[in-house]
Structure formats: C-alpha cells, structure tokens
Design a protein around this ligand. Structure first.
Ligand SMILES: C[S@@+](CC[C@H](N)C(=O)[O-])C[C@H]1O[C@@H](n2cnc3c(N)ncnc32)[C@H](O)[C@@H]1O
Length: 311
C-alpha cells in the first residue's frame, strides 16, 4: 500500500484491518478481551458514525426507501457493523479510560449502605440483575450477583457462554415472580435505539419487568436492619450527557416527568462531562398509559435532536 492510500484510510477500515491482523497473528479465536483498546478518538468516531447510519437506516425503513436501505446496510457492513461498534465501545470501557459504567452503580450501592460481597457473604445473593446491552461478563457490578442470579444480554453477544444473544424488546417477562429481576441495567442502550418512540417502548418494556419486581419485593421479608432493601426494584440508566443537557426535545426535567409518569423516583444522579447516570427506584402507581410527544423544549441551532416519545 502506498503512503498516499494509507492517508486516505477511514477509521472504520482501520478497525477492520486491526482485527484482521490480530486474527491472522493468533492461532486461537480472538475475544474482545484479547483486542487491544482503540485510540479514544477512533472509538468515538466509529461510535458516532454507527449511530448516524443506524438512524438514517431506520428513517429509510420508515419511508420504505429501498435504495437507501440497501446503501445504508452496505455502509454498516463495510464499516464492520454492530461488532465493530461494540469493540469500539469496549475500548471506551477500558480501565485506563475509567472502567465500565457499573463502577458508579457499585459506588451508589456503598452509599446506600449495601455491604460489598466479602468472604462468601453476599448481601444481594437473592437479588437478580438483568443487564441490557452487555459487552463484558466481568463488569464490576457482576461481583454482587452470582452467575445464576444475573441475565446478561445483547443484540450481538461478544461472549456467547455468558451473554445471551437477545433483543430485549422481544425478551418475555419471566413466567414466575421468582425468576424476575430486582435491578435492570440499561447503560448506553436507550440512545442506541434509533427512534424516539422506540426509546419510549423500551422504557415501557423495562417498566413491565419492574412491575413484576415490585411483586418480588412484596414477597421478600422486610428486614428492619437493612434499610437498603428499599432500594429495589430499580433501573440503572446511563445516557450520553448531551442527550439531556443539549437536546431540543429532552431536558432533565422532561426525563424526570417521563420517569415519574411511569412510576419511578430518582434515587441517584451523576453528571460527568460525557455521561449522565441515574438510579431510578420503581415505586409503581404511574399513569395507566402516559403520553409524551416530541415537543421542542429548548430551541437553538447548536442543539441535538435526541428525544423520547411515549405513544
Ligand atoms: C454502547 S453499547 C453499551 C454497552 C455497555 N452497556 C456500556 O455501558 O458501555 C450499546 C449496546 O446495546 C446493545 N443493544 C441495543 N439495543 C438492544 C436491545 N434492544 N436488546 C439488547 N441489546 C441492545 C447493542 O448491541 C450494543 O452492544
């Protein structure tokens, strides 16, 4: 390859090429853990371009524009598709870049008085975790939930032995309350959903699991000593900060209104320069079918269009 053509390479093809090099230099099947983290600028470019193409694709599907659908699908596939996007996201979670987002959830567990698992004693051993959009089976929060007590899922599983390949939107409610979940982690997934109404549908689907979880809590004996048992059921939600700080259609107040209408109370919140983290406790008693349209809340040319619509 000439120096000239090297210069013209797109970041996405650079990622594919890295992976090919790794595959050919290793006799065993590579896993995400054996993939060296990508430079952060390259990861960000890949993630952004994947989101934009996904959004355009969902618009083309809505408009039944077959030419655009073919072109966008081919664009996604040449840039490595979902798997390349996931590997870029894994790079963003490396310990050098602050680790996985569940570190914040674990800090909040400690703030709420939940003891850390230690020497075989585990305060949350009878609680169950559902993680939507999971890239790694070794996230920090997994230490609190034994393997039998957690369900990790993703549209594409990078670790098929530990992470279910499953679209959460078609994942049914467990048949019995005993198999339900006390906490759902939805970190950087809602913003992956390409349409505002799709995001509203995801929040509603999560809420149906939380209603079942409320039943689970009612069945659990109340311990006077452990105030923290009241933390559950809960949803850990993480979004890119600009989704609520710089959107024309979503502010933190609007998100709060949407969540309260579904039956949640905000227990914890943290805003970092890049991300916003929340722990929403589900208390139930929300409106029977709340509706939120895409309404302009903050006009302005330099804002983004992130929105959540409940139809
Ligand atoms: C940016 S990654 C986030 C990964 C990780 N949770 C984090 O906080 O970094 C988004 C992941 O969500 C997954 N995802 C998006 N929609 C999903 C759905 N409906 N069901 C399961 N996984 C989904 C994608 O496949 C992708 O791997």
């Amino acid at each position: 390859m000439t120096a000239k053509s090297k210069k013209k390479r797109k970041p996405t093809s650079a990622l594919l090429s890295r992976r090919r090099q790794q595959q050919s230099s290793s006799s065993s099947t590579p896993t995400s853990s054996s993939t060296a983290p990508l430079p952060s600028k390259l990861s960000r470019t890949l993630i952004r371009s994947h989101h934009t193409t996904q959004k355009r694709l969902s618009q083309a599907i809505l408009q039944n524009d077959t030419t655009a659908i073919t072109a966008l699908k081919s664009q996604l596939s040449t840039s490595g598709g979902l798997e390349a996007y996931q590997r870029a996201s894994v790079s963003g979670q490396s310990s050098k870049r602050g680790g996985d987002s569940s570190k914040i959830l674990v800090d909040w567990f400690t703030d709420l008085g939940i003891p850390k698992p230690h020497n075989g004693s585990n305060p949350l051993s009878s609680h169950r975790l559902l993680e939507i959009g999971c890239l790694s089976p070794t996230n920090i929060v997994h230490t609190y939930f034994p393997r039998s007590q957690r369900t990790l899922m993703d549209l594409n599983s990078l670790h098929p032995d530990d992470i279910l390949k499953q679209d959460f939107m078609t994942f049914p409610l467990p048949r019995s309350v005993d198999e339900g979940y006390d906490i759902i982690s939805c970190s950087l997934v809602l913003n992956y959903v390409p349409t505002p109404s799709g995001r509203g549908d995801m929040l509603r689907h999560i809420t149906s699991f939380m209603e079942q979880a409320l039943e689970r809590r009612r069945k659990r004996p109340v311990s006077e000593d452990n105030n923290w048992t009241n933390t559950f059921p809960a949803v850990f939600l993480v979004l890119p900060a600009p989704c609520v700080t710089n959107s024309r259609y979503l502010t933190e107040d609007r998100l709060q209104e949407i969540m309260s209408s579904l039956g949640y109370e905000m227990l914890k919140r943290k805003l970092s320069p890049k991300l916003v983290y929340y722990l929403w406790k589900f208390v139930g008693g929300g409106s029977s079918h709340p509706k939120f349209k895409k309404t302009e809340l903050l006009p302005g040319g330099k804002r983004n269009n992130f929105a959540i619509v409940l139809e």
